[in-house]
Design a protein around this ligand. Sequence first.
Ligand code: FAD
Length: 475
Amino acid sequence: MTVTHLVWFRNDLRITDNRALHTACQDMHAKVIAVYIATPEQWQQHDMAPRQAAFIQQNLDCLDASLAEKNIPLFSHQCADFAESVEWLSDFCQKNSVTDLFYNRQYELNERHRDDRVSELLQGKCTLHAFDDSLLLPPGSVVTGSGEMYKVFTPFRKSFLQRLTHSDTRCLPAPKPRADKAERPPIVSIDYPFEQPDPSLFPAGEDAALQRLRSFCRERVQDYQQQRDIPAIDGTSCLSPYLAIGVLSPRQCFNRLLAECPQALEDDQSGAFVWLNELVWREFYRHLLVAYPKLCRHKPFIAWTDNVRWSGDADHLAAWKAGKTGFPIVDAAMRQLNQTGWMHNRLRMIVASFLVKDLLINWRAGECYFMSQLLDGDLAANNGGWQWAASSGTDAAPYFRIFNPTTQGERFDKKGDFIRRWLPELADVPDSDIHHPHQWAIKQGRVLDYPEPLVDHAVARKQTLQAFEEAKRGA
Ligand code: FAD
């Protein structure tokens, strides 16, 4: 009997170091085929950025080409949502006499429910093989002595690094070409309001991702510790769009880092260790999502923070989205996001804090807007970042710690190099005044084509503290 192995690609659009694909190809006598199912209505419900959808399409084309070289045909299809995709997949398996289905696990709640439904439908018809692939260590494997998920990052990281073994980090090669030539079905054109990302910033494909990883680990990671907080410097890897849709794996990152910096694990002050730390943050937030599924439903980890009486000021929210708050570092960051789909981590923290703690707007509005713009949109990291900034999450900043957007700007973009790059209307403002341009304009007798600050930070801070204190008292 011919054995047919079907590899179901989801958020793992690569052929190298892909556990599901690798295992499916181990039996050289099996027929191997692959499938990808786009679900645009589902994406829309979850605010997926048109840029991220376009990036998926581009990477799907690259995946198709790579699989064709291995004589593995990629069938792609579009369904409205997960419910429809499950039915379609079940039919597809039947029509193609699939004996074994291989896929890498996704950890978000809707995705897990979809996979449960698939295993119900296919029970007795084909054998399912699910793999933990998108993380270095699977959720639930890094726990406290009493078996619970860590709620604080540093002990999680310590335990994580102790647990990590060679087999967890081993990269698997791309499969060998199959013997039989296969027809190459056309790739679906996903029906989504696409907005093409700038290919010079984020070229599609595994090769581009690996090249970026290699050059970052070779040339820049040593300085990561000093440069990662300065948005005007190209000091971080910019690999997040690739990691978010699985064009790159965390094992590839880990191995490349250790190949270039063999001492990475020994010196916790080195740039290499600090970068590894960020990869562990990525793991932490995904582990949290599985331990506390309510996070997938955008519930706060600290329940009383839901009692905060948020401002419903739609003009303030619109100004924040458009990068017109009158706070230069916030506005420059938001324009970077709106124009490129990517924002520097320090700036994500600043703009998130500003929305929640200066404008007192519900963090979910920011979380949702980020998803609608980000090329690296990722539920776990985005929710984790927003709940951190809103002081509603695990290991979050305490609610009384509030960033001052002006001093943050002065600290991390001292001379305003980043601000001027995104706010051309401030091009003439000298370095010394770039963080309060209106004061300079008054002195000069000039009128700036730039909004006045939306709020007085000191007043906003007091109001926010009061709102959080009341919410906590009422809990
Ligand atoms: P590097 O500094 O080079 O780090 C390497 C990789 O580690 C990143 O590519 C990313 O995969 C991971 N990483 C780094 N920092 C974090 C972090 N704090 N949390 C989780 N993973 C991290 N990251 C996303 O990938 N998707 C998101 O939707 C997202 N939303 C965010 C929202 C807010 C409010 C905040 C504060 C942070 C968010 N982050 C998100 C985390 C972080 O800002 C980005 O991962 C990082 O800026 C990506 O740039 P890079 O690839 O150059 O990162």
